[in-house]
Design a protein around this ligand. Structure first.
Ligand code: FCX
Length: 437
């Protein structure tokens, strides 16, 4: 049984009706023009995709189904069951897919459903164990999830001749199954790459995040809270970002959810996107080591000097700038608040705070980036380090586990709403010269 699937069976026909009306009423209206500059510039600001689960405002940041991160912290049930605790990604997934906040019972029902679906098929574990230790964890993740595609209900049913009206139901099975299996896959990659390959037994009495932490090898309840926060805030950032968009695009070919999310993970693995979190941490550690060697303190002046060295070498400052945001990312702020509460005296946190003081001015003076403020990746690594999670090459895998919740919630809606194959029009430079007046 699935409480969420039952709920979606009520919600989906209403959503289908809503979209039918939307098309009839607004179908012929314009969403704005597209300039040559936008076509050359990575389609920034071109409105041509529907993404129901979240919306990004340049000034205010992300809202999930209309809710800010502080709203989620108030309105979603805490995963630990303790008042004031962080909600987990299960409760968020309920909200993203149905548009409604779950009751504590509904959130728990989804946690249990995920536990029931978590077991990996036999071929995955030996495959991960056989990967070379120097294969990047994101490559391991994407390969393992692609190999998990043997389990796709959508692919099997489609081959048998699935009726279009049933697409979402088959997609639901794959989507919830893949989310359920990610913690063990990620934990296997982590334990095999950096440790003895032993993964703690799966504990169904815990919520998704706490069980994930145990399998990774962490048992501090504070770290569980951090993991819940982490998995919630990295999940969704509207549809145009590379990992979400890739998942949506690949899924639009009716490639099944396993293949679609593995493609999204490959996009997340780029240094301008999710991989920036590992780059940030490296940048901070390099900075620390550099000035230690020179016998200088890490302060506003030396950070400024190091930032200019990076910029003058033709590199970007990781963790700063954004394609849409024009203010401090509220996902950064949520992590900063966590740090102020749980680790106000941490050395690396102080460095992150000092970087925050000086970097916007440096980037403004540099004069290139449209957004001199920090993004989500600027803070996450330092929080993980505090709890002993030091392997920065793995950080993007945590981002990926979270991103699966958001990108797959929308993928479910894509199939429920009958969204077609995505196929924007491309043009050549000659076409522009000939046709654009
Ligand atoms: N440091 C130095 N230069 C930067 C910069 C930064 N942090 N951010 C932007 N710029 C530069 C760009 O490289 C570009 O230079 P160019 O004209 O020589 O090509 C110029 O400023 C204009 O870019 P802008 O329009 O502001 O930014 P884009 O939309 O093109 O790119 C990203 C957005 C996020 C890719 C860019 O700000 C960047 O490279 N940041 C550093 C990497 C990073 O933190 N990525 C994570 C983003 C996000 F939160 C996530 O997906 O996880």
């Amino acid at each position: 049984t699935s409480a969420l699937k039952d709920k979606l069976t009520e919600v989906v026909p209403k959503e289908q009706e809503k979209f039918k009306k939307l098309k009839a009423e607004y179908g012929s209206k314009s969403l704005g023009e597209v300039t040559v500059e936008q076509a050359l510039g990575g389609a920034r600001g071109v409105k041509c995709m529907i993404w129901e689960t979240s919306l990004l405002d340049a000034e205010e940041g992300i809202r999930f189904r209309g809710r800010t991160i502080p709203d989620l912290q108030k309105e979603l049930p805490p995963a630990s069951g303790e008042k004031g605790g962080e909600p987990g990604p299960e409760a968020l997934f309920w909200l993203l897919t149905t548009g409604e906040c779950p009751t504590p019972e509904q959130a728990t029902a989804l946690t249990n459903e995920l536990h029931e679906r978590a077991k990996l098929p036999d071929h995955i574990e030996p495959m991960i164990r056989s990967f070379p230790k120097d294969m990047h964890p994101m490559t391991q993740l994407s390969t393992a999830v692609t190999a998990l595609q043997t389990e796709s209900v959508f692919a099997k049913e489609y081959t048998k001749g699935l009726n279009k009206t049933k697409y979402w139901e088959a997609a639901y099975e794959d989507i919830v199954n893949v989310i359920a299996k990610l913690p063990e896959i990620a934990a296997l990659i982590y334990r095999c790459t950096y440790y003895d390959g032993k993964v703690a037994p799966y504990d169904k009495s815990l919520d998704y995040s706490a069980n994930f932490c145990r399998m990774l090898g962490y048992s501090d309840p504070e770290f569980d809270e951090l993991m819940r926060l982490y998995l919630v805030i990295h999940s969704d950032h509207e549809g145009g970002n590379a990992s979400a968009h890739t998942t949506h695009l690949v899924g639009s070919t009716l490639s099944d959810p396993y293949l679609a999310i593995a493609s999204g993970f490959n996009a997340l693995a780029g240094p301008l996107h999710g991989l920036a979190n590992q780059e940030v941490l490296r940048w901070i550690l390099d900075l620390q080591a550099h000035f230690q060697k020179e016998g200088k303190p890490v302060n506003e002046e030396t950070i400024r000097e190091f930032a200019w060295d990076t910029l003058n070498a033709g590199r970007v400052i990781p963790g700063y700038g954004h394609a849409v945001l024009r203010k401090t990312d509220p996902r950064y702020t949520a992590q900063r608040e966590f740090a102020l509460k749980f680790m106000p005296d941490d050395d690396l946190f102080h460095i992150v705070s000092t970087i925050y003081k000086v970097m916007p001015d440096v980037l403004l003076e540099h004069g290139k980036t449209k957004n001199p403020w920090p993004n989500v990746d600027s803070h996450s690594g330092v929080l993980l380090q505090h709890y002993g999670f030091k392997e920065e090459n793995f950080y993007t895998v945590l981002f990926a586990v979270s991103r699966a919740y958001g990108a797959l919630a929308q993928l479910l809606l894509d199939r429920a709403l009958g969204f077609p194959l995505e196929r924007p029009k491309s043009i050549t430079s000659d076409w522009i010269v000939k046709n654009v007046k």
